[in-house]
Structure formats: structure tokens, C-alpha cells
Design a binder for this molecule. Structure first.
Ligand SMILES: NC(=O)C1=CN([C@@H]2O[C@H](COP(=O)(O)OP(=O)(O)OC[C@H]3O[C@@H](n4cnc5c(N)ncnc54)[C@H](O)[C@@H]3O)[C@@H](O)[C@H]2O)C=CC1
Ligand SMILES: O=C([O-])CC(=O)C(=O)O
Length: 373
């Protein structure tokens, strides 16, 4: 240390520190530059897609391969799974992906064997399941899916990578995710989620349409609860960015409180059924986009000041019983999510949130009774 006349020369120390800091920054920049020059790529991530020959599977596969889910610098290897009767269509999906020559797609592996499909996967997008047929009771659908998800959980437990992150899309999504959690105990429960981002995106889009603003200017809607008609799309904390800063949606729509408490909620709750009626098939394009959004934000983080809705294991936040997979507002950072805390919940919201939790508790009991646990 430089000592002048018995005293520390602080100017010298600060100068030295700044030079050192500059050297560190320059070396780091140099390393990044060299990596880019040498085209050193990230290791490919293995992504499992179950039900890959179906509607959503066909829509999501090119989105993942094109970088929408994991970013434009993240290569991946796709593991596509479907059941034997769909094996020809599955092979066709694989061929089309290969023919698309996606630069980030380092391999496609298609199989009807669940154990093989799960080997080493880092992300599992669970779309495959048993769809309700006319005249079937809820119990029949639940029992078929409970059996499927129990078996898939065991395969993930045995063969997936330790850090595997799971997104369940197949309905009943929340309860299927819960079964998966029960039967894959070594996968950390925070790694098991279900898709309610489609409902979140729908709610954001309805508000933007009502306010005649771009959808990107609306943020922080919430979808609480089950991915079913008891879900509660909540506009109370949503804002719109304007030239003078963020404005609460409820203030901008002060004359439309009746609409916010009625049509807005039912339109979002019933949007899936509306699309099913119009298309005679359930939403696939928007479901695939929402799944990409869900994983993208989970891996790469939510933008500062924004939250999104994700079906996650309740930790008792907002008095939602632990042991349910429930949709909450979450913030994501460095591959982890955190439930947004401290939001004010009015009486109207409380009732709706509890209704959906009650439905999930009933679904859980039904699923367990089907599995004899
Ligand atoms: N959570 C959400 O926001 C949404 C959920 N969904 C749900 O996503 C699921 C898939 O929808 P679509 O792709 O339109 O259905 P789809 O019927 O077109 O495709 C499902 C695919 O899963 C396969 N499959 C069935 N059992 C399987 C198993 N045990 N293992 C692997 N694959 C299996 C089928 O052969 C089929 O190829 C449905 O349960 C649907 O209700 C749909 C839209 C939104
Ligand atoms: O019921 C379905 O299969 C469709 C669905 O979940 C949705 O569009 O939200």
C-alpha cells in the first residue's frame, strides 16, 4: 500500500482499484468475444414433449426448435413421445422437424417408450393424456389420466436429469401435476408446474381489447386457481403503461366495474370452450405459445416489475391449502419462481379464490380414490 508521509494515499488506492476493475471487465469481454468468434455454443438442453403427435404437439415442436422457448442461443435435443397408435404421425413430426433445418435443433428422438423418452431430459412438457369423450363421466377421465400420470411420474423419477423442470398441460392440468409430484418424489416440488399462462394471456388480451391499447402495455393480471371454469382472472392489480406512467386498469375502467366483475371473468373462464366450439378441436396454437412463454420466463426470468401466472405447489400463500397445485402470480429469476406476496385480496376475490381451491381439493380426492392412495 502506498504511504505518503505516514498516511495512506487514498487517491493511489482508488486509481489502482479502478485499473484492476477495468482489467477484469476487459478480460471478461475478451472471453465472451473469443467464445463468439470460436462459436462456442451452449450445451444442448434435452426437451421431452409427450403427446407430440397431437394438436398442441404439432404446434409447439417448431416453436421450441425455432428458439421461442429457450432463446436464440440455446440448442436443444427434442425427445418426442406418443402412444403406439400415433406412432406413424409421430414419425412424420420428426421428419418435418428434420426437414425444417432448424439451426438450434441438435437432434430429434421419437419413441413410444416412456422410459426411453425420459432419459436425461432437462425439461418435460407433458401434453399427452386421455381426452374426455362424449358421455364420459369426470371420474372416468380422471381415473385414466391419474394412471397415465402415475406411470409417467415414475419414468421421469427414474430417468430424467436431476434438475428436470416439468410443465403439465394435459387436462385436468393442476391435478395431473399433483399426481406427478406424488409419484416422482425425488423431483423437487418447485420443479413441477402446470399451465395457466394461456388463461393469463387470455385475460391480458381481453383487457387490452377493452381499453383499445396494445396487449404489451397491459401487465400484472392474475389467474388464480384451477385451469377450469372456476379459475379466477383478477384485474385488481393489473396496470397499463401510458406516457405518464403505469395506470391501474381498475381506474381506467372505473365506469366498467360491472363488466370487470362479470363478462371479463366469464369470457376468460369460457374461452377454451368457445374455441372448442368454433374449431371443433381445443386451442392448440395459443396453448403452444403459452407453454413457450411459461418455460421462457421460468428459465430466463420475468421482466422487472412484471409477474405471470403459473400453476405451482401451494406453500399456504394467500391461505390456499398446501398440497394443491394452484395458479398464483409469480416472479421468475435465475430458473426459480417465487409467489408474489402481500397483494391486497378483497372479499369478492377471496370468495372466488376459495371456490377454485375447493374444486381442486375435490379433484385431488377423486384422483386419489381412482389410484387407491
Ligand atoms: N392447460 C391448458 O391451458 C390447456 C390444456 N389442454 C389440454 O392439452 C391436452 C392435449 O391437447 P391436444 O394436443 O389438443 O390433444 P390431442 O388429442 O390432439 O393430442 C394428444 C396426444 O396425446 C397422445 N397421448 C395420449 N395418451 C398418451 C400417453 N399416455 N402418453 C403419450 N402420449 C399420449 C395422443 O395420442 C395424442 O397424440 C388435452 O388434455 C387438452 O385438454 C389444451 C389446451 C390448453
Ligand atoms: O379443454 C381443453 O382441452 C382446452 C383448454 O383447456 C383450453 O383451451 O383452455
Amino acid at each position: 500500500m502506498e504511504v505518503v508521509g505516514g498516511e495512506v494515499d487514498y487517491t493511489f488506492v482508488i486509481q489502482k482499484s479502478l485499473v484492476l476493475l477495468l482489467c477484469v471487465v476487459l478480460s471478461w469481454k475478451m472471453i465472451v468475444y473469443m467464445c463468439n468468434l470460436l462459436k462456442i455454443e451452449k450445451e444442448p438442453i434435452r426437451v421431452l414433449v409427450t403427446g407430440a403427435a397431437g394438436n398442441i404437439g404439432y404446434a409447439i415442436a417448431p416453436m421450441i426448435a425455432g428458439g421461442m422457448m429457450l432463446g436464440q442461443d440455446q440448442p436443444m435435443i427434442l425427445h418426442l413421445l406418443d402412444i403406439e397408435p400415433a406412432s406413424k404421425s409421430l414419425e412424420a413430426v420428426k421428419m418435418e422437424l428434420q426437414d425444417s433445418a432448424f439451426p438450434l435443433l441438435h437432434g430429434v428422438f421419437a419413441t413410444t417408450n416412456i422410459d426411453e423418452a425420459c432419459k436425461g431430459v432437462n425439461i418435460a412438457i407433458m401434453i399427452g393424456g386421455f381426452a374426455r369423450k362424449e358421455g364420459m363421466e369426470r371420474r372416468d377421465v380422471m381415473s385414466k389420466n391419474a394412471v397415465i400420470f402415475k406411470a409417467q411420474a415414475s419414468a421421469l423419477e427414474r430417468y430424467a436429469s436431476d434438475d428436470c423442470k416439468v410443465l403439465v398441460i394435459a387436462n385436468p392440468a393442476n391435478t395431473n401435476a399433483l399426481i406427478l409430484k406424488e409419484f416422482a418424489p425425488s423431483i423437487p416440488e418447485e420443479n413441477i408446474t402446470c399451465l395457466t399462462r394461456l388463461d393469463h394471456n387470455r385475460a391480458q388480451a381481453r383487457l387490452a381489447e377493452k381499453l383499445s391499447v396494445p396487449v404489451s402495455s397491459v401487465k400484472n393480471v392474475i389467474v388464480w386457481g384451477n385451469h377450469s371454469s372456476t379459475q379466477y382472472p383478477d384485474s385488481n392489480h393489473a396496470t397499463v403503461s401510458t406516457k405518464t406512467g403505469d395506470q391501474p386498469v381498475n381506474e381506467l375502467l372505473v365506469a366498467d366495474q360491472k363488466w370487470l366483475k362479470n363478462e371479463f371473468i366469464t369470457e376468460v373462464q369460457q374461452r377454451g370452450a368457445e374455441i372448442l366450439r368454433a374449431r371443433r378441436q381445443s386451442s392448440a396454437l395459443s396453448a403452444a405459445i403459452a407453454a413457450c412463454d411459461h418455460i421462457h420466463d421460468w428459465f430466463l426470468g420475468t421482466p422487472k416489475g412484471n409477474w405471470v401466472s403459473m400453476g405451482v405447489c401451494s406453500d399456504g400463500s394467500y391461505s390456499i391449502p398446501p398440497g394443491l397445485v394452484y395458479s398464483f402470480p409469480v416472479i421468475c429469476e435465475k430458473g426459480s419462481w417465487k409467489i408474489v406476496q402481500g397483494l391486497n385480496i378483497d372479499e369478492f376475490s377471496r370468495e372466488k379464490m376459495d371456490d377454485s381451491a375447493r374444486e381442486l381439493a375435490e379433484e385431488k380426492a377423486l384422483a386419489y380414490s381412482c389410484l387407491d392412495v
